[in-house]
Design a protein around this ligand. Structure first.
Ligand code: ADP
Length: 396
């Protein structure tokens, strides 16, 4: 099962995307529809609301009078929190029921208008955001929902900004063009990413990649992409993660790299990393264990053990290196990254070395092996830099 969070500002085209995903076979859970369902007549939600707010929030036939309730909670933060304390657990319970009832191979799309505002993103395998310029959205809301311009603008202003949505989006579906263009983007997302991602998660397999090495120009969005993965990995590890960091070349602005986000998790001991429930949680979150006990080639003749997980997402290659916090291998990954960030000449040398190896048509494995002598040769310089600058690994 794959869990996808879908969101977008009002008038962006979110419902249009949800419908299209549904037509492909996704199970769409509409948070707004559930919010209405849990306060329907005869339900527990409505009884609790009447108990808290009185009969004045009911209309003549005993249904919830939304404008009346809205007026009560609009200006009163305490009342709003009371209302949410009633409805949110019921919505969450219904959501859990629907997810639990979904078939094992379902792509569950959770349509949540406030996903960004509530910071729900890390709980999904993937967050899809539908975006359109404010002017486009205002025009659509006026044309198709009969809103006044002022009403459309004030609703848009009350929601998250585009910048906040972009930060949360693993996938950004641009909907400034015509509807067919949007639907084509959705179709492609379904076929190329959601279906294979779901299959990988269900089977506990990582996404397969070509053996052939490809270096790409630095992507300025790598740190933001990594930040989202850090949160997911942190959620899956819970207390077992002492540190979670973006490491490797994609964590160094301006460095050519394989398009892979490397994360490092620091744990108390590798026994924690081997906790069966944790390994299962990571696989379910889309980061299955890959290989058994792994190790890094060390710089001090003692083995540097680690555990290794890789992403199931065919659209975002990512590796998770789990090392004992404070161990030599853990420290080296952070030091090397910080040295690369701080010293342009070192970065340029490393880029030149990468390109030199890459032109020989190396495979990913050959490339990794070929870099080792360079790392070994650089190690004293990195250590000297660390000693000179008083570098310490930053701890959370
Ligand atoms: P949301 O659910 O994000 O509020 P909808 O999917 O309901 O937005 O889209 C708002 C309105 O704009 C709908 O009437 C929809 O049919 C229309 N719409 C969506 N995308 C486009 C598009 N690319 N071009 C023209 N109209 C669109």
């Amino acid at each position: 099962m794959l869990r996808v969070g879908l969101t977008g500002g009002i008038g962006s085209g979110k419902s249009t995307v949800a419908q299209r995903l549904s037509s492909h076979g996704a199970l769409v859970i509409d948070a707004d529809a559930l919010a209405r369902e849990v306060v329907a007549p005869g339900g527990r939600g409505l009884a609790a609301i009447v108990e808290r707010f009185g009969d004045a929030v009911l209309d003549d036939d005993g249904a919830l009078n939304r404008p009346a309730l809205g007026a009560l909670v609009f200006a009163d933060g305490g009342a709003r929190r009371d209302l949410e304390a009633i409805t949110h657990p019921l919505i969450a319970e219904r959501t859990r029921e629907l997810v639990a009832g979904a078939p094992p191979d379902a792509v569950v799309v959770h349509d949540v208008p406030l996903l960004v505002e509530k910071h729900y993103g890390p709980g999904y395998h993937l967050v899809v955001v539908v975006g359109a310029e404010e002017e486009t959205r205002v025009k659509r809301l006026m044309q198709t929902r009969g809103m006044t311009e002022a009403d459309a603008r004030s609703r848009i202003a009350a929601q998250a900004t585009d910048e906040q949505r972009r930060a949360a989006a693993d996938v950004w579906l641009d909907n400034d063009g015509d509807k067919d263009a949007l639907l084509a983007e959705v179709d492609d997302l379904w076929d190329a990413r959601l279906v294979p991602f779901e299959e990988n998660v269900r089977r506990g397999t990582r996404s397969q990649r070509s053996d052939q090495l490809t270096l790409v120009d630095p992507d300025p969005s790598w740190p933001a992409q990594a930040a989202r993965l850090v949160e997911r990995v942190r959620l899956a590890f819970g207390e077992l993660a002492l540190t979670v960091d973006h490491v490797g070349s994609t964590a160094v602005p301006g460095l050519v790299a394989k398009d892979v986000i490397d994360l490092q998790v620091g744990v108390r001991s590798l026994a924690d990393a081997d906790d069966e429930a944790l390994v299962a949680r990571l696989a379910a979150a889309g980061f299955p264990r890959s290989g058994g006990a792994a190790h890094d080639s060390s710089k001090d003749d003692a083995p540097w053990p680690k555990r290794f997980h890789a992403s199931s997402d065919p659209g975002r290659p990512a590796h998770v290196h789990v090392r004992e916090a404070g161990s030599a291998g853990w420290r080296w990954a952070l030091m090397f990254r910080d040295w690369m960030r701080a010293v342009p000449e070192a970065r340029e040398e490393y880029a030149a070395e990468k390109l030199r190896i890459a032109v020989s048509g190396a495979t990913v494995r050959e490339y990794a092996d070929a870099k080792e002598p360079w790392f070994d040769a650089m190690d004293p310089r990195a250590e000297a830099w660390a000693a000179r600058t008083g570098w310490e690994p930053a701890r959370d």
